[in-house]
Design a binder for this molecule. Structure first.
Ligand code: NOJ
Length: 582
């Protein structure tokens, strides 16, 4: 069978398969068009979740085998980071085929089984769609690279050099996010190509309608395989300023350009990030998602933005763009500062037209929650973050291992680094291996991640002996129990599930407090102590039109007390209290 015929047959199979799935799940709650609002989305880094075949790398069948655990945790959807065929320079974010599965993760049949089994448990599968760039090994780029006259030349961002003293130099000073010039010289064809990320990740030319069409076909392909949505990688960087002029340098307090961890003079990103044309593409992606069939397919954006105004625009003027742009302004404050948390959460509540915020504190690109850790109160900061995530009016996105308190474990020797930026940037930038270590299922060999005795692709962190699923399932005060209780409460309690949110005690410098109010009038208060000292807070809710002064505890951190009234709620160091007003 030739390649075209193979593609066609797999599309047909996908169609037949998805038709039978829809018939089977017609009454499933997943058909609720609002299923993603107030949902909990769990990010899985497939290399690191569960290895089923003993090669030291996680895989799809491993994930399927853990669905019961995820269902018990209470999640609604799984976001899988890329599982497509890839040279794995950027561990899957360099894709060489958008409509297949990398053999190290399994087969298309394994993927379809994962979707089916997840759906039986009311869990949707969200694919990572990398639209900004492909691998340099993708057939499109191989063609584009082959000659200036190739029909696919214009699928990528090729540019003539700037000639300096007769020698070719990059057209401008734009930098790659991963260090050094964003332009790579190709001596054979005498032009540079642009890559916002690694050299092996050339940027696609989104002004070319053929590129758009090809990617919308990819979107359709996965919808036909039954996915519940897409997480759109680097979505704000699809377009570049067509003048290709230099960016300004970012200056330090001394008026000189800042130097980044790779030793480059830092430049701005005004000409390479969040250009207005991105919104046209979002609308087109939305149309494809809405057209394909009656089921609601959500679009999540990786949206590191400068302001709440930019975030609001990502939903579209008629709610016709992203369903859930990630609110990184709340998630990556990176210091335990009550005022900043309050201000940013309040912005999400009051300045995005009532749309659904997507909060996220942890992912595969950033240090884990322990960046907030406090020496004397290990894990307590993690409980506070979990409470902010779960008890806010939001869709909550968590990262595998958060629920057992997994900590960032960076490599200690340059020779051990797997993520290329950790090699370029060592020792200032150790790369992202530290937040991608294998899931800790037990205190047995390989932490239960791989069958016994296998060398895992990243080492198992020493913390696995205390922080693992098997142990924490039996400890009443474990982080796992805390997450389970928070998620269960969020599902059961109408105020916590979908109630409006108002910040309380807004001049308190130590405790972040807010109120949730359901349509049925039920009111819940949440208080989180951001300090290592005990605090007492008092709530007067008359300004909110709430008469009750009594309170019934719904959930509190271990060692917390049950207050007699809202006038005096005591919180231990980093303590959390959630109570229903009576
Ligand atoms: C964002 C992804 O989260 C990150 O892991 C990746 O390296 C870049 N985009 C490039 O695709």
């Amino acid at each position: 069978m030739n390649a075209a015929a193979r593609r066609l047959s797999s599309l047909l199979l996908a169609f037949i398969f998805s038709t039978s799935l829809f018939a089977q799940s017609a009454t499933s709650p997943r058909e609720n068009p609002d299923w993603w609002k107030n949902a909990v989305i769990y990010e899985i880094y497939p290399r690191s979740f569960q290895d089923s075949n003993g090669d030291g790398i996680g895989d799809l069948n491993g994930i399927t085998s853990r669905l019961d655990y995820l269902q018990a945790l209470g999640i609604d959807a799984i976001w899988l980071t890329p599982i497509y065929p890839s040279p794995q320079v950027d561990f899957g974010y360099d894709i060489s085929d958008y409509t297949a599965i990398d053999p190290q993760y399994g087969t298309m049949a394994d993927f379809d089984r994962l979707v089916t089994e997840a759906r039986k448990r009311n869990i949707g599968i969200i694919m990572d769609l990398v639209l900004n760039h492909t691998s340099d090994q993708h057939p499109w780029f191989l063609e584009s690279h082959s000659s200036r006259n190739n029909p696919k030349r214009d699928w990528y961002m090729w540019h003539d050099p700037k000639m300096v003293d007769g020698k070719p130099e990059p057209p401008n000073n734009w930098l790659s996010v991963f260090g050094h010039s964003a332009w790579q010289w190709d001596a054979k064809t005498g032009q540079y190509y642009y890559h916002r990320f690694y050299i092996q990740q050339p940027d696609l030319n989104w002004s070319n309608p053929a590129v758009r069409k090809a990617m919308y076909d990819v979107e359709r392909f996965w919808i036909q395989h039954g996915v519940a949505g897409f997480r759109l990688d680097a979505i704000t960087s699809l377009f570049e300023d067509p003048t290709f002029t230099d960016e300004n340098y970012v200056l330090g307090p001394d008026g000189k350009p800042l130097i980044n961890v790779y030793g480059d003079k830092q430049v701005d990103t005004l000409k390479t990030d969040n250009l207005p044309e991105v919104h046209d593409v979002l609308r087109e992606l939305r149309q494809v998602a809405d057209q394909t069939h009656g089921r609601k397919v959500i679009l999540i954006g990786e949206t590191y933005l400068r302001s709440i105004d930019d975030l609001r625009k990502m939903y579209g003027p008629h709610n016709d763009e992203l369903d859930l742009p990630m609110d990184m302004q709340v998630g990556f404050i990176n210091r335990f500062d009550v005022n900043t948390f309050r201000e940013r959460i309040n912005q999400a509540e009051t300045e995005i037209n009532g749309d659904e915020p997507l909060f996220v504190f942890d992912n595969h690109d950033n240090f884990r929650w322990d960046r907030y850790d406090h020496d004397a109160h290990h894990e307590d900061a993690g409980r506070v973050i979990a409470a902010v995530l779960s008890a806010s009016r939001d869709t909550a996105m968590m990262y595998y291992g958060d629920e057992i308190g997994m900590v960032t474990t960076p490599p200690t020797r340059k020779d051990d680094v797997k993520d290329p930026i950790g090699i370029t940037g060592w020792p200032k930038e150790k790369g992202r291996d530290g937040e991608r270590t294998p899931m800790q299922w037990s205190d047995g060999p390989d932490a239960g991640f791989s069958p016994s005795g296998v060398k895992t692709w990243l080492p198992i962190p020493p913390s696995y002996e205390q922080n693992n699923v098997a142990a924490e399932e039996h400890e009443p005060d474990s982080m796992l129990r805390w997450y389970e209780q928070l998620i269960a409460l969020r599902k059961q309690d109408p105020a916590l599930h979908a109630g409006a949110e108002t910040m309380l005690n807004t001049i308190d410098e130590n405790v972040l407090s807010w109120l949730r109010e359901a349509d049925n009038g039920e009111v819940v208060v949440v208080a989180c102590n951001f300090t290592d000292q005990p605090q007492t807070v008092s709530f007067d809710l008359s300004a909110q039109g709430v008469r009750g002064t009594g309170v019934k505890t719904l959930l509190k951190t271990p060692g917390g007390t049950d207050p007699a009234s809202l006038r005096s709620v005591q919180l231990g160091p980093f303590g959390v209290y959630i109570g229903r007003v009576e």
